[in-house]
Design a protein around this ligand. Structure first.
Ligand SMILES: Cc1cc2nc3c(=O)[nH]c(=O)nc-3n(C[C@H](O)[C@H](O)[C@H](O)COP(=O)(O)O)c2cc1C
Length: 182
């Protein structure tokens, strides 16, 4: 897939199965993430890769967060299983440092760009992925367990694997009313 086709056809795959990324595919995915635009070279991101037992550890973190929120029964059990919806989940944390020229929002944006770059690298390798957040991304128990402090932000859980059923990109949103020329 050439770069133009990739940019025009990027899309998510919510239903994912095995195989997940191989080691070399993962290396390429992480390398693409670390190519994200980065004001002042702060590399304001951390990639936390979960597969195999790592997915269980992430599920346990969600479970503890759900339990703390008073979830019970099926809802509680579901929390533990959420990360197992894909063979791999990469948590992307915007790691913010104080800088006179680079406000927090720019560091969050850099980390967000990394998520999309990684999703696109997955696509080029015949894999699928979806960028998720949800309430767990902001939950204090999840933040602490994954090492997000202060202005850090969990900007995404990138679920990666093989698409259960290859879906086509949705129709691109119309640009009407979204573009102005000065
Ligand atoms: C910051 C961010 C968080 C998102 N969180 C979720 C989520 O928690 N669950 C979900 O189903 N989609 C989430 N999405 C949307 C999907 O990643 C996806 O973009 C959307 O389903 C549209 O599909 P497409 O990427 O194929 O156009 C999120 C997107 C962004 C940018």
């Amino acid at each position: 897939m050439d770069a133009k086709a990739l940019l025009l056809n990027r899309h998510s795959q919510p239903r994912l199965t095995y195989p997940g990324p191989t080691d070399s595919q993962l290396d390429a995915i992480l390398a693409a993430g670390s190519r994200a635009p980065d004001h002042a070279g702060l590399t304001p991101w951390e990639f936390v890769v979960a597969q195999d037992e790592g997915l269980e550890r992430l599920g346990e973190i969600y479970f503890q967060a759900a339990q703390a929120d008073g979830a019970e029964g099926e809802a509680l059990a579901r929390a533990r299983l959420l990360p197992t919806r894909a063979p791999m989940v990469i948590t992307v944390i915007a790691k913010v440092t104080s800088h006179p020229k680079v406000p927090t929002v720019e560091q969050h944006l850099s980390a967000g760009c990394a998520v999309m770059a990684m999703q696109m690298m997955a696509l080029t390798q015949g894999l699928g992925g979806i960028w998720r957040t949800g309430s767990y991304a902001r939950h204090p128990i999840v933040r602490e367990a994954l090492g997000a402090t202060g202005e850090d932000e969990i900007v995404g859980f990138l679920y990666l694997g093989t698409a259960v059923k290859e879906t086509q990109p949705r129709t691109a949103p119309a640009l009407n009313g979204r573009v102005r020329h000065l």
